[in-house]
Design a protein around this ligand. Structure first.
Ligand code: TNX
Length: 558
């Protein structure tokens, strides 16, 4: 009898405790996922995360993903969910389940009041599922301060999700202004929340060489540093004069690169390195002028130059050996299947004058210096292919004939992409409109100085990246698209964030979400709410798209 009474008491206490557990019915308006998921059905109740919540994982990769998710709670909740490799079902559990039929990056979330099941084919899918769960939790989760009055609830919900495109990219120009490793790690975190999976680093340009190459140390001892004229407009900065110290710049050591690559990998982001050639290389030539046509001297440019005439000599075999050595070290550091070699905006004035280049044109049976560029890139492609990698270049690599296996980044519009896809080459779309994030995003008078152009949030959101000119077969060659942040006018990481957010959210949705769930009005409401998350994360985002448009009209004369 005594036993029955105590058993009853226990049941009673348990049910009181259970009924006191906070629950909530979420409305659609309270859910702001970015990028929007393929399909979701919202339930009537919620699941609460507590310090007794257990993430049950099947293997080491899942454990690492679970670890990252769990760590999100440490500062804001003051505790973290536990992780276990016991996958038997229980309550207050996040259960990882495998299903090989889901695509490489796809996942399902099925949440009920006492368990959330996340299902994926592979680790990328699990990672994205945890990013979605993160976004279902209160924005305060992202805070670095203890939040004591929060119930850590997510709605009961079923989600089916997978990306529309496999190249969901973002490029940062670290040459025009250098952003140290710590900034890049932070950026990787921010991009991962948006399910961006490619970070293209523009490591080389006229204004700075940013990657340590052991065989050619002067590339960074000299090439990474320029005279400081940051106080003058980009296009009117005087070149370095004799005796003047080069103090502005910086570079990544090979250890830095390894750290960034690993950090990105564990957030399912591939870093694509770009080593520019044959032009945009004044920084390299200032260190090794022997690989130019003229022999120099050159100095690292502190600002803009146009046209770009400093160029590697295409007539010397030593130039190719130099570049192959560099690419060898680059390929050892970056596991990326794609190696970007630039290829843009080369004015061939020096090649037209250079006896060695003229000899090369003659010997190779080329028509002119335009075809010499194609010869140059094809020769580099052979080397890159010999290491089992794919050459990626700006759309100028179409001129004079594409290298046989190259992938093209179409930036001067869409024609390069259309032509390349029709020829059976893969393409990443980055047309200046709307992919250039160095362009203005609001009225000029209200924005920090930018290079020009106008790519406001809505224009980015409404981007349709498959050109109408392509039939369905050629359209398959469009791997995806990429937002590019060139940094002539961006000298701090805070400013880089301002140019990037929230536009990258729009780009992420263009690349991830199916067309039938994309809707500007709906996105506009979601991104406004999502900025609460940016606030908590400390992201400096532009509010340009959220300001009311004011069109002053002069009062009519009476
Ligand atoms: C063109 S896009 C460039 C860059 C500039 C950018 C400025 C490309 C391949 N070349 O060198 O930074 O415009 O918007």
């Amino acid at each position: 009898m005594k036993l029955t009474i105590s058993a009853l008491a226990i049941v009673l206490i348990c049910s009181i405790v259970w009924s006191c557990k906070p629950t909530k019915t979420f409305t659609q308006q309270e859910i702001s996922l970015i990028p929007q998921v393929q399909k979701m059905t919202l339930g009537q109740s919620s699941f609460q995360f507590t310090q007794n919540t257990v993430l049950s994982v099947q293997n080491n990769e899942q454990q690492q993903i679970a670890e990252k998710f769990s760590n999100l709670f440490v500062k804001s909740a003051g505790w973290k969910p536990k992780i276990s490799t016991d996958c038997s079902e229980r309550s207050n559990q996040i259960l990882f389940k495998s299903d090989a039929t889901l695509g490489a990056e796809g996942y399902l979330i099925e949440s009920s009041t006492n368990r959330i099941e996340i299902t994926a084919a592979g680790s990328a899918g699990f990672f994205y599922a945890t990013q979605t769960l993160r976004q279902l939790l209160p924005a305060q989760l992202e805070s670095s301060q203890l939040q004591d009055k929060i119930d850590w609830l997510v709605p009961t919900i079923s989600i089916t999700d997978s990306p529309a495109f496999k190249w969901r990219g973002y490029m940062l120009d670290v040459s025009r202004h250098f952003f140290p490793k710590e900034d890049i790690l932070q950026l990787i975190d921010y991009l991962a929340v948006h399910k961006i999976n490619t970070l293209h680093l523009h490591l080389v340009d006229d204004q700075g060489w940013r990657i340590e190459i052991k065989k050619y140390p002067k590339l960074t001892t000299l090439g990474a540093w320029r005279v400081d004229h940051e106080d003058k407009p980009w296009n009117s900065r005087p070149k370095q004069v004799a005796g003047e110290k080069a103090t502005n710049g910086g570079f990544y050591t090979q250890a830095d690169i390894r750290e960034m690559v690993a950090y990105a990998q564990s957030r399912y982001i591939n870093i694509v390195p770009e080593i520019e050639m044959p032009a945009h290389v004044t920084a390299a030539l200032s260190a090794y002028p022997q690989y130019s046509c003229t022999g120099g001297p050159f100095t690292v440019l502190p600002g803009g130059v146009w046209p770009i005439t400093d160029i590697y000599c295409a007539g010397k075999d030593s130039t190719f050996l130099f570049l192959q050595d560099i690419l060898t070290e680059v390929m050892e550091l970056f596991p990326s299947k794609y190696i970007h070699i630039g290829g843009d905006e080369a004015t061939k004035k020096e090649w037209d004058k250079c006896p060695k280049c003229k000899k090369r044109i003659k010997e190779e049976g080329l028509k002119n210096s335009g075809e010499l560029q194609s010869y140059f890139i094809k020769r580099i492609e052979k080397f890159i292919n010999s290491k089992d990698r794919i050459l990626l270049g700006w759309d100028e690599i179409l001129e004079g004939g594409l290298p046989p296996k190259a992938t093209v980044m179409s930036w001067r519009g869409t024609q390069g992409g259309i032509d390349a896809a029709k020829q059976g080459h893969d393409v990443v779309m980055t047309p200046v409109n709307p992919c250039y994030f160095d362009f203005y995003q609001g009225p000029k008078e209200e924005e920090p100085l930018a290079i020009g152009g106008f790519n406001p949030l809505q224009k980015v959101y409404e981007y349709d990246l498959i050109p109408k000119e392509l039939d369905s077969e050629s359209a398959k060659h469009i791997l995806g698209a990429q937002a590019n942040l060139w940094t002539e006018y961006v000298s701090t990481f805070k400013h880089a964030q301002y140019m990037t957010f929230p536009r990258v959210a729009a780009m992420a949705e263009v690349l991830w979400s199916p067309k039938d769930v994309r809707n500007w009005d709906d996105f506009y409401l979601r991104i406004r709410r999502f900025t609460k998350r940016y606030d908590q994360m400390g992201i400096n985002y532009a509010k340009s798209a959220f300001k009311p448009a004011v069109n002053p009209v002069a009062p009519e004369k009476k």
